[in-house]
Design a binder for this molecule. Structure first.
Ligand code: ZN
Length: 186
């Protein structure tokens, strides 16, 4: 199926909606997630949530294979695998448990906020239970860049945006850009 998905930008109400849980693991779901992966690759992003293509659903797709695999470490269902084997990841109904260890800062961007970046502090590691497009359950434990992307994308599924997690001083600096973008999209 050709991807006709358009990326939704900041200012659109759907970005603030909590995603609905997926209960039918059917062909239509696979068509939709394929289209999301296609849209992700087309936009050269590393993560995309359903809200960013206008649907408030518990689905996000991730592909960090353009980033050196030394920047992330992970186990999937208890196994260590090469990064390119697990990408793209399609996370359905993800439930995240934040790591209690070190927190790190990272200059984040978002496909719904073109040309805007903000420093955000998050735990360096995270655990996520999710389902694949067949409904099978998986357990991903990760740190580094992949943990960062998982947190950013799963936040989207709850209507939370990276600017909500940025310090006030950072938001102040980008406030004019944010307001201009919001005005364009409302
Ligand atoms: Zn984003």
């Amino acid at each position: 199926m050709a991807s006709n998905l358009t990326i939704v930008e900041y200012g659109k109400p759907v970005l603030r909606q909590k995603g609905e849980k997926i209960t039918s693991f059917d062909a239509a779901l696979r068509e939709f997630t394929d289209a999301m992966v296609e849209a992700l690759h087309k936009s050269t992003g590393i993560g995309l949530a359903a809200q960013q293509v206008g649907k408030a659903l518990q689905i996000c797709v991730i592909d960090t294979s353009v980033i050196d695999e030394k920047e992330s470490s992970f186990t999937l269902d208890g196994k260590q695998l090469p990064q390119k084997l697990i990408m793209p990841l399609v996370l359905i109904n993800p439930v995240v448990k934040l790591g209690k260890g070190e927190k790190v800062w990272f200059d984040e961007g978002c496909l719904s906020f073109p040309e805007i970046r903000a420093d955000v502090e998050r735990p360096d590691s995270v655990e996520v239970h999710y389902q694949d497009t067949e409904g099978a359950e998986h357990h991903l434990v990760c740190s580094g860049v992949l943990a960062r992307v998982v947190q950013h994308e799963t936040d989207h599924l709850n209507g939370i945006l990276f600017i909500d997690r940025a310090p006030k001083r950072t938001v102040k600096k980008i406030w004019a850009q944010l307001e201009a973008l919001r005005a364009r999209n409302s």
